[in-house]
Design a protein around this ligand. Structure first.
Ligand code: RAM
Length: 890
């Protein structure tokens, strides 16, 4: 039977269009019905057309038979790839016994516009009056004729602003908020669309709607026009005909423009849409645009145009409200049943000119009133003006909201039903990879809340929150959650793009920003609030933690190489800005939003300085930069020694004495072996003295349970997981939360809503406990020496109230699963791991029964260790005292 090749991917994508990398990386998924199946060799063919490939000819590259077990991220090493061309590839592999597989199916990708001089279009739009706060959406159109059979038509488009493309009456693509958010002063992404099938012989009409977006609309708390005043469109349609000729359609002065129904559409404010002003068939041929205006042309763009790296923002799900009621104010209120991000599709009818107002909020103030105080300056409001022609359907264009409740004003009582509203769930479409279920419903709700927090906040950039006038790419939040995120979904490309935002925002002296993309933030900080530095401990460090995590989870060496210099400059920056290896006490965010437990900022900053340095050493080692390995290992030792001398006493007490100081010092490897038991004991005491409650903020929380488990305190970790009184994860679950709250005390029985200026109900940071659930509770972990799940560690920790856990992680090699059940003292574990990987299993208990094929390789800390190859396995053991432990935690 041997090996079958299932899924082909290039740069982690299925059939990508518009790649710019000169050495795309190939990955293939292998399957086999046999156990312990491995790849022993591969051969890749790349051709300029599919026919050649059918004949097993790779005119661009024939790798030959390469003896290797690599089946992910194999770099192209063929002839130079050309702009705009399509390449076809296939792969053949040899299995563990040397038997050859069939050739795979044929995959392809296309290259983007590799040379800036190949952009021929002009930037077009309308010069806007900066005095107009919220300008109308702009409609642009152009007709053209196709007079010969078309072989291939590729459309490249981008905007300073946001755009939506139309061709012959239909929307092009399914992406929202293109071209995505970057620091437009430096870099703007373009999108590539294959529109061959949508062109028609004869006349064709191409149209675009242009909005202000992040470019000229409101961003965060910084106001509007952060990057520019007038949105502009750039587009280039490359048509290749069957007869070998080709033509180029570009944006230029021949395009016509007009305003239409969109009165304004702003990320934070919302949209106003006057349906009476619709332009029926504006995107089809034959439309009379004689009264449309000529477009304005703008200066050429001076930044870099790059092909979009991250997954497009899409509608990934539509949900129906669970409840609707009429309020005493006469409005209709809908409960979506889930705090979500996106907008609603509204269906309504009524008289022409009637104003329908749609307001969005995460919580209710009382039964009939939205809680909107926490939105700060974000209106999150749509206004739809009816045209009065029967049932009308409306969805906004260039705005999104964070909400669970929707209030509709302007429709007569009884006019709306539950069916009038559909929630559109919108986010960067990072493919789902992880699933997790336990025997405890509250824990399951927490798992769901973490996932929804990720969905709602990964929108072009990893935002802190989706509702108030903030929605920024806060780097601290991003780093603390990334490991959780990369279990839940494939975030490799999402964060590869974010690393570009981070390096774009790096200061000349090496400081990584608190917020990326830069949003005028630095200037804002300089002018308004001086104490915001761009180098906050735990925030700037994201510049090292993110690439390292991507390497661990996806075996992505390129991300390390690309960002190596930037990371080195960051460590150098920290070194320069420290005194005797101690980071001075400057006003940083500290362990943000901890509960009555302020961690001294210099202690925290020094710990992170050590951590960034330690990770940098590991990165240098992976890439083979041996000089840097020795230089920065020495630096790490110096920081560690300074940390211990300055902040720790001989009883293992660390200055500040908060849960977080111990957690960080232990996780970052700063504590000597002798002092470690004392530090662990003190951490345990602090938690117990606090009635088995955590007190950690954003930074401490991510490593809290991992540190407890790593130091033999599994049951204490579980007691924190199951804790449902304040402050705890399940406290918010008990209050009915459907997403992770920004603060432990977002709402409490005693005090109601907290500080409305900082009270988001959809902030994922405190949800970083997801990492522990996958890595320790279910026990699916990477091996840092063979990352990307090439060698998998399966080390489940049964405990707490749980009687079962089921987890699956879709890795680059395929699905990994770990499921365990505890029935009295009987522990059973089912594991499955993909072809071309191996795993080490750590098993609790005695009297072990194992499946065929698993090989015992010793004992470690009282646990049996087994080695397995690919396939499905079962392990059964007896854990003495397990029943008692489970009952005790009840
Ligand atoms: C808040 C953000 C974010 C946090 C910073 C320090 O405004 O919401 O979550 O990282 O402050």
């Amino acid at each position: 039977m041997g090996i079958v090749i299932k899924r082909l991917r290039v740069e982690s994508l299925d059939q990508p269009l518009g790649l710019e990398t000169k050495q795309p990386r190939f990955s293939w998924l292998l399957d086999s019905e046999e156990q312990a199946q491995q790849q022993s060799a591969y051969r890749i063919l790349v051709a300029s057309n599919a026919d050649l490939l059918q004949q097993d000819i790779g005119d661009c590259w024939d790798s030959g038979e390469v003896v290797s077990d690599r089946s992910v991220q194999v770099s192209y090493l063929g002839s130079l790839l050309q702009s705009g061309l399509r390449y076809y590839w296939k792969v053949q592999v040899w299995d563990a016994k040397g038997a050859a597989s069939e050739w795979s199916s044929i995959g392809y990708w296309t290259m983007g516009i590799l040379d800036p001089n190949e952009w021929n279009g002009e930037w077009i739009g309308q010069e806007l009056d900066p005095a107009i706060e919220f300008p109308p959406g702009l409609y642009l159109r152009k007709e053209f004729v196709i007079d010969r059979p078309v072989r291939q038509a590729t459309l490249y488009a981008t905007a300073l602003g946001v755009y939506e493309l139309h061709l012959n009456g239909s929307r092009v693509g399914d992406e929202y908020f293109a071209p995505g958010w970057t620091d437009y002063a430096i870099r703007t992404q373009y999108q590539t669309y294959d529109i061959t099938a949508s062109l028609q012989a004869g006349g064709n009409a191409l149209g675009a709607i242009l909005g202000t977006g992040w470019y000229a609309g409101q961003v965060g708390m910084m106001g509007r026009e952060i990057y520019g005043t007038s949105p502009a469109l750039l587009l280039q349609l490359d048509i290749q005909f069957e007869d070998g000729t080709n033509s180029l359609l570009i944006t230029d002065e021949t395009w016509a423009m007009n305003t239409g129904p969109i009165q304004y559409s702003d990320m934070l404010k919302g949209e106003a849409y006057d349906a009476r002003k619709e332009l029926p068939d504006w995107d089809r041929t034959g439309f009379d645009d004689s009264d449309w205006k000529k477009v304005s042309r703008f200066e050429p763009y001076t930044g870099k145009l790059v092909s979009q790296i991250d997954p497009p923002v899409r509608i990934t799900e539509s949900i129906n409200p669970v409840k609707m009621w009429l309020t005493k104010q006469g409005t209709h209120l809908f409960d979506m049943g889930q705090n979500m991000v996106g907008w609603v599709k509204l269906q309504v009818q009524g008289q022409s000119g009637t104003h329908i107002t749609v307001r969005h909020a995460e919580m209710l103030q009382d039964e009939d009133t939205l809680y909107i105080e926490n939105l700060r300056r974000a209106d999150q409001k749509e206004i739809y003006i009816l045209k009065g022609e029967g049932l009308e359907t409306f969805e906004p264009h260039f705005t999104f909201h964070g909400f669970r409740y929707v209030e509709i004003e302007g429709a007569a009582a009884g006019e709306l039903t539950l069916e009038s509203v559909i929630g559109r769930v919108v986010h960067s479409d990072t493919p789902g990879t992880g699933s997790l279920e336990t025997s405890d419903d509250m824990v399951n709700r927490l798992i769901s809340n973490i996932r929804w927090g990720q969905r709602g906040n990964y929108l072009s950039v990893p935002t802190d929150c989706p509702q108030r006038d903030e929605r920024l790419g806060w780097t601290g939040d991003a780093q603390i959650f990334i490991r959780t995120a990369s279990y839940n979904m494939d975030v490799s490309r999402f964060f590869a793009k974010f690393m570009e935002d981070m390096t774009d925002g790096q200061t000349p002296d090496g400081a990584f920003p608190d917020v990326a993309p830069d949003a005028g933030w630095f200037e804002f900080k300089q002018e308004v609030v001086k104490w915001f530095a761009p180098d906050n401990a735990g925030w700037g460090d994201a510049g090292v933690i993110i690439p390292w995590t991507l390497y661990l989870m996806y075996e992505d060496r390129t991300i390390l190489e690309t960002n190596y210099d930037a990371m080195k400059r960051w460590v150098e920056y920290l070194k320069t800005n420290s005194t005797d290896r101690i980071r001075p006490d400057y006003a940083n965010y500290g362990d943000w939003l901890s509960i009555n437990a302020d961690t001294p900022k210099d202690v925290l900053a020094t710990a992170y300085f050590a951590y960034s340095t330690a990770l940098f050493v590991r990165i240098a080692r992976v890439l083979g930069y041996t000089d840097d390995v020795s230089e920065y290992s020495a630096l790490f030792e110096e920081i560690r020694t300074a940390f211990v001398h300055t902040y720790m006493d001989e009883n293992g007490i660390i200055q500040g004495d908060t849960q977080t100081v111990y957690v960080l010092a232990l996780y970052f490897g700063l504590v000597s072996e002798e002092l470690k038991p004392l530090a662990v004991k003190r951490l345990e005491e602090l938690i117990r003295e606090n009635g088995n409650h955590l007190s950690t903020g954003f930074l401490g929380v991510g490593y809290l349970l991992p540190v407890l488990t790593e130091n033999g305190l599994d049951e204490l970790a579980y007691s924190l997981l199951h804790q449902d009184t304040f402050p705890s994860w399940l406290y918010s679950v008990k209050q009915g939360a459907t997403t992770i709250w920004e603060r432990w005390d977002g709402w409490t029985e005693e005090a109601g809503f907290q500080n409305p200026g900082m009270n988001s109900f959809n902030h994922y940071s405190l949800g970083s406990v997801g990492e522990w659930m996958y890595r320790y509770m279910a026990g699916i972990d990477v091996d840092t020496e063979q990352p990307g799940f090439k060698h998998i560690v399966i080390h489940p920790r049964p405990g707490g109230k749980l009687t079962y856990v089921k987890a699956t992680v879709e890795s680059s090699y395929g699905a990994i699963s770990s499921s365990w059940q505890l029935n009295g003292e009987r522990f059973s574990l089912q594991v499955s791991i993909p072809v071309n990987t191996t795993a080490t299993i750590y098993l609790y208990g005695t009297n072990v029964l194992i499946s065929d094929g698993a090989v015992e390789i010793g004992l470690e800390n009282g646990k049996h260790k087994y080695r397995i190859g690919s396939g499905n396995y079962e392990f059964i053991s007896q854990i003495e005292g397990a029943v008692k432990a489970a009952q005790l935690t009840e």
